[in-house]
Design a protein around this ligand. Structure first.
Ligand code: ADP
Ligand code: MG
Length: 341
């Protein structure tokens, strides 16, 4: 039985003897909607103070994983099995009430589109002060002062005057800044951001991403950021997890995984990006099969030029290889020189 009450801070030894405080450990997480497993045996770890990028084509399950992590996808809508340990607290099976205590306090959220996350009926001031009063117990006056500081820290000019504005009175970029200030209001230990800049004009995307990362680093928080831009992920994230059709195919330090990819899917994704392989831009052949047609083994099977019958039937496990974990039966064939190391 899952113990949902233990909130143990553990020092876990990862990679040799150096102790790294582990914030999040996801193990064998499977999420079903009806018969389809939208997440299939997902395993990931996130250490304190690190930023993990989730990448993969549309429909890979990135948003689903982000939503499950913050308790926004629960039974009876979906069936969850496996484990998500957050500082020793099991999140799979955690009650809605307990999740509500974590959200906005220990775990901050930034969604793709501020217009759907900010409430049009409440002023910016009301929306920022609400978590400060609820989670931190600040008085109204204290919360308002803190709100001005927060808006100021995310670069909103004339912050005090903005408190009485409604969301529609601000530009998309300013609304996204407000959402960031709300997400970071209670100094969360973990920030979850789902494509936080993709609804914005290209000119403000870099500013907002830079702002998020600077705020995360300044507070020492960890972050899980869903990104569709591989080159940006390599630049801004410490670690990366590459997802394909609900499975993690490769995960580890971002520069290793994205610059010296081992999994044929990661290699294929890279070759679609101008910044990485400008000489040879090759689209990935084929499309992701529908969830009802997934093989029991590796889900990349139908698009993989190295696939064997075994790949279709047996799911490869994530194994350590050259500083990252990768799930592929054919690594010794794809990277023959590496096999002897
Ligand atoms: N509300 C929903 N109902 C049914 N299926 C959904 C729903 N949301 C997402 N899915 C399915 O789950 C899979 C993963 O989607 P999603 O997590 O949004 O992927 P990503 O964020 O990587 O683009 C897709 O096959 C998608 O069609
Ligand atoms: Mg998504």
């Amino acid at each position: 039985m899952i113990d949902t009450n233990s909130a143990v801070h553990e020092q876990v030894a990862i990679a040799g003897n150096s102790p790294i405080a582990e914030l999040l450990r996801i193990d064998g997480l499977t999420l079903r909607r009806g018969k389809a497993s939208v997440l299939d045996e997902v395993s990931l770890t996130l250490a304190e103070g690190r930023t993990l990028g989730l990448v993969g084509e549309s429909g890979a399950g990135k948003s689903t994983l982000a939503m499950a992590l913050i308790g926004l996808l629960m039974a009876p809508e979906v069936e969850l099995s496996g484990s998500m340990l957050y500082q020793g607290l099991e999140l799979v099976g955690l009650s809605d009430k307990r999740f509500a205590q974590l959200r906005g306090k220990k775990i901050g959220l930034i969604f793709q589109d501020a217009t759907t996350s900010l409430d049009p009926c409440f002023t910016i001031g009301q929306q920022i002060t609400e978590p400060l009063r609820r989670h931190l117990g600040l008085s109204r006056a204290e919360a308002l002062e803190r709100a001005v500081e927060l808006l100021d820290s995310v670069g909103i000019p004339d912050a005090r005057a903005r408190l009485s504005a409604y969301p529609h009175q601000l530009s998309g970029g300013m609304q996204q800044r407000v959402m960031i200030s709300i997400a970071l209001a209670c100094d969360p230990e973990l920030l979850i951001a789902d494509e936080p800049t993709s609804a914005l004009d290209v000119t403000v995307q870099a500013q907002i991403m830079d702002l998020i990362l600077r705020r995360v680093r300044a507070t020492g928080a960890s972050a899980v950021i869903v990104l569709h831009d591989l080159a940006l992920t390599a630049q801004v994230c410490d670690d990366v997890a590459v997802m394909y059709a609900g499975q993690i195919v490769e995960t580890g330090p971002a520069h290793l995984v994205l610059e010296q990819a081992l999994h044929p899917y990661t290699i294929g994704l890279r070759s679609c990006v101008v910044e990485f392989d400008s000489a040879e831009l090759v689209p990935l052949p084929g499309t992701v099969p529908s969830l009802s047609e997934m093989p029991t083994g590796c889900r990349f099977f139908s698009r993989c030029s190295y696939a064997l019958p075994k790949c279709q039937e047996q799911r490869p496990k994530l194994e350590w290889r050259e500083g990252r974990r990768v799930a592929c039966w054919q690594l010794d064939v794809i990277h023959p020189k590496d096999a002897s190391r």
